[in-house]
Write a protein that binds this ligand. Structure first.
Ligand code: NIG
Ligand code: FE
Length: 422
């Protein structure tokens, strides 16, 4: 049979197989390794994989890559990023080194708001160029699929401008992108003290316009969902406001996720789970009772160790307990200018293993197949399986656990995205 690309002599083909649902609990230790393997790719899809001798005798391809015993794993899926923004937060970085707190900076009109002001005044072209550079950095570290949020506009025009930039990034850059509408990122300065008015604007104007935008976007034809998101936190949105936003989004047709329990437990995890969110993200302050609720639900818990690392914290979301309780856990970078200026999924994996006590196998599933399910793409992305998108990484090692073990460098030597060597 004919294929376009044959990858042979793979020492460990780490597939992270799971077709129908995310891995949870003990299943997260299963990465499904095929030794001495090969993969055949036709177009942008995987058409066969298995023992090298079998695949080589069954497939002929115009292009062959001999990986000389190295490891292949699925491309990383980063399910939580905020990479469309202008400016930086270097001053805030220094303030935090001197002891200032993230929520304190936000309350004093800095933090997210300072990025909002820069993003409002940037053109779509500028935002697009900046986004492209950040996607390149992510891809260098092995990310082949990512979610990108709006949330630095906080006014209708700029939020829609961000959606357009996200769509243009998707059609331009090899990384596959899922858009998330996060007009509920924080209260914009013009609504200070009038947060309910802003919630009204989100529900009555912004969400319906964002939904109409999505329906006309190329994402629909690709079968990619759009998500809505809310930051449920002190100085951002409370329970009642968040419920209203998620319910409105759901009734329009959005799938949804929520930033919850990042600093304070305000009941956000319970709300997200009960509302049927695809994922709830951060979870540092999740309660034991909510962990049990999450384990019984279809919602995925996304943990974000680069955020804790960046804040210099020694406390992390209880990912070990989540897994031991039977939850499905995914990992992300949260790449953004304030709480986590981090493009690297391998760094997220490295921190998760050391501080959240995940095994390399669990962290890899969290960074691939479970991350794909947490953005609605688990059936097409996130694992190496016949019929799936051919997104794979050639790693410069012979044991996949090196990806968690070694840190600060980059073991990704080649990225194959949609069947093409990048
Ligand atoms: O996930 N928590 C809110 N949002 C982001 C931070 C965005 C920013 O600081 O600009 C987060 O940490
Ligand atoms: Fe975030």
């Amino acid at each position: 049979m004919n294929a376009d690309l044959l990858i042979t002599n793979i020492g460990q083909l780490v597939t992270c197989t799971s077709r129908d649902r995310p891995k949870r609990g003990m299943e997260m230790q299963e990465v499904d390794i095929i030794p001495s393997a090969a993969v055949a790719i036709a177009g942008d899809k995987i058409v066969a994989l298995g023992r090298m001798d079998e695949i080589e005798s069954a497939y002929f391809a115009s292009n062959t890559i001999d990986v000389r015993g190295r490891v292949i794993c699925p491309g990383f899926v980063d399910p939580h990023t905020h990479i469309v923004f202008a400016g930086d937060r270097l001053n805030e970085f220094e303030l935090k080194i001197r002891g200032a707190e993230y929520l304190e900076i936000l309350a004093s009109g800095g933090g997210i708001i300072s990025t909002v002001l820069n993003t409002r005044s940037a053109s779509a072209e500028e935002l697009f160029e900046l986004g492209l550079k950040r996607l390149d950095k992510m891809m260098t570290c092995g990310t082949t699929t990512a979610e990108i949020k709006t949330g630095y506009g906080l006014e209708t025009d700029t939020e829609l401008k961000m959606l357009q930039v996200i769509a243009l990034l998707d059609v331009t850059h090899p990384i596959d992108i899922v858009p998330t509408f996060l007009a509920a990122h924080t209260i914009p300065p013009e609504f200070k003290g009038k947060s309910n008015k802003y919630v009204e604007l989100i529900c009555e104007e912004m969400l319906p316009m964002a939904w109409n935008w999505y329906k006309q976007s190329h994402f629909v034809g690709l079968g990619r969902p759009v998500f809505a998101d809310v930051f449920l936190e002190r100085n951002a949105f409370d329970m009642e406001q968040s419920r209203r936003i998620l319910e409105t989004a759901g009734s329009l047709g959005f799938r949804y996720k929520a930033h919850v329990d990042q600093f304070t437990n305000l009941g956000g995890s319970s709300l997200g789970i009960e509302a049927g969110a695809t994922s709830i993200d951060h979870l540092d302050a999740i309660s034991d009772q909510e962990i049990l609720l999450l384990a019984k639900s279809g919602t995925i818990g996304v943990v974000i160790p680069p955020e804790n690392f960046n804040a210099g914290k020694t406390q992390f979301a209880p990912a070990r307990r989540l897994i031991d309780s039977g939850c499905a856990v995914a990992l992300s970078t949260d790449y953004n200018p304030g709480s986590a200026p981090c493009p690297s999924m391998p760094l997220a994996i490295a921190i998760a293993c050391r501080y959240q006590k995940l095994l390399p196998s669990e962290a890899l599933n969290a960074a691939t197949i479970n991350a794909a399910f947490s953005i609605g793409l688990g059936e097409t992305h996130g694992s190496i399986e016949v019929g799936k998108q051919a997104d794979l990484l050639i790693l410069d090692c012979e044991d996949y656990r090196q990806i968690a073990y070694e840190f600060g460098g980059n073991l990704v030597t080649t990225v194959i995205k949609s069947g093409r060597e990048i």
